[in-house]
Design a protein around this ligand. Structure first.
Ligand SMILES: [Zn+2]
Length: 353
């Protein structure tokens, strides 16, 4: 049985535990294969446009500019948003220290009562989550997986993701994600991406940006991910595929089995201002799909430059959902991956067209 190994992700500095021996442990649960059902009640299907919030973007080559059928992609605000445009109301302070009776304390002599630090306004901070949370439907037909889209339709969908990200370029950060399958966090099976335009730069993105900056300063101008990619191509044991535009690798510190990272060959800060990668994404999801029973369940996300950041190198990450999260990951933020990226890359090289 191979010994566990700690690896550090070059971009985030996060540690990962590679534990291939754990792949052999008995598993009484596992994840059930996902088999998408019927489309009769699906609000994202063509013909059901009246079941979504108002359309804000559509690729409708032969039809009217807005409304009705005939679209290839379609975007609208999420009906259940995690971020919402500014409204008149204000959620105010989360630390309403005066409203809770002291009866929760054991007695008036409870030492917890002696502390008044809970009145510190910084201890329970809260502010409105002002931003946008959009849904971008990837195809008019009822498909669950990106692997069911042909290369042309996937390119049209990726162009829509970029268009919607550009529409929110005034936000501090724009996060593009896609959840595919019930175990990925998706609540509707019809393939769709989601965009979160946030009023802050998420910590994971800020950390990546800092590491890009410090590497650049240390090396008199080199790109961290550009140098990682150069070395992955030279070493060749985690490289899955490469074309004129982008490379596909299983990252050195892969957090999940068969995780893949799509990296533009020419360092470019913003995914949304670039044009490359859709054809390799098509090949990547086809390869992943061929390895799973049922439809591919997957998390996908793009890391792109925050607003106004010049030195960054976008990448798109794919994490097939093959195992549930466990308490160790939740407690520590350290993922345990039972399939080393070298093993995954070898299988994916055989599977990719
Ligand atoms: Zn549908």
């Amino acid at each position: 049985m191979a010994s566990p190994e700690i690896r550090i992700d070059q971009l985030t500095g996060a540690r990962v535990l590679l534990a291939p021996g754990r792949a052999e442990r008995p598993d009484q649960f596992g994840l059930d294969p996902w088999r998408p059902g019927a489309s009769a009640d699906c609000p994202f299907c063509e013909g059901h446009e009246d079941r979504t919030p108002p359309e804000i973007d559509a690729d409708r080559p032969d039809g009217p500019a807005s409304g009705g059928t005939g679209w290839r992609t379609r975007a609208f605000e999420n009906l259940y948003p995690a971020l919402a445009p500014k409204s008149g109301g204000d959620v105010g302070s989360g630390g309403d220290v005066g409203s809770r009776p002291d009866a929760a304390f054991a007695s008036s002599a409870d030492p917890l009562l002696a502390s008044t630090r809970g009145a510190d306004p910084d201890m329970f901070t809260s502010r409105p989550a002002v931003g946008h949370h959009e849904v971008i439907v990837n195809s008019p037909g009822h498909v669950g997986s990106l692997a069911r889209l042909d290369a042309g339709q996937l390119a049209i969908a990726v162009a829509a993701w970029r268009r919607r990200m550009l529409a929110h370029s005034d936000a501090p950060y724009v996060q593009l994600i896609l959840n595919q399958g019930p175990d990925s966090g998706a609540s509707l099976e019809h393939s769709h991406a989601q965009l979160g335009a946030t009023p802050f730069v998420p910590a994971a993105v800020a950390r990546e940006r800092e590491r890009f900056n410090s590497y650049r300063e240390r090396t008199a101008g080199a790109s961290l991910l550009g140098e990682v990619l150069r070395e992955e191509i030279r070493r060749d044991d985690r490289l899955v595929a490469i074309d004129d535009e982008v490379a596909l690798v299983c990252p050195w510190a892969s957090r999940f089995p068969f995780e893949m990272r799509l990296i533009p060959r020419r360092p470019s800060p913003g995914f949304e201002t670039d044009e490359v990668g859709a054809s390799m994404l098509h090949r990547a999801v086809q390869a992943l799909d061929s390895l799973v029973e049922g439809e591919l369940q997957m998390n996908l996300w793009v890391k792109t430059a925050p607003r106004g950041v010049e030195y960054f190198h976008w990448h798109l990450d794919l994490a097939p959902r093959l195992e549930p999260f466990s308490s160790f990951e939740m407690a520590t933020g350290v993922d345990i991956n039972v399939i080393p990226p070298e093993t995954a890359a070898a299988k994916l090289r055989e599977a990719i067209a």
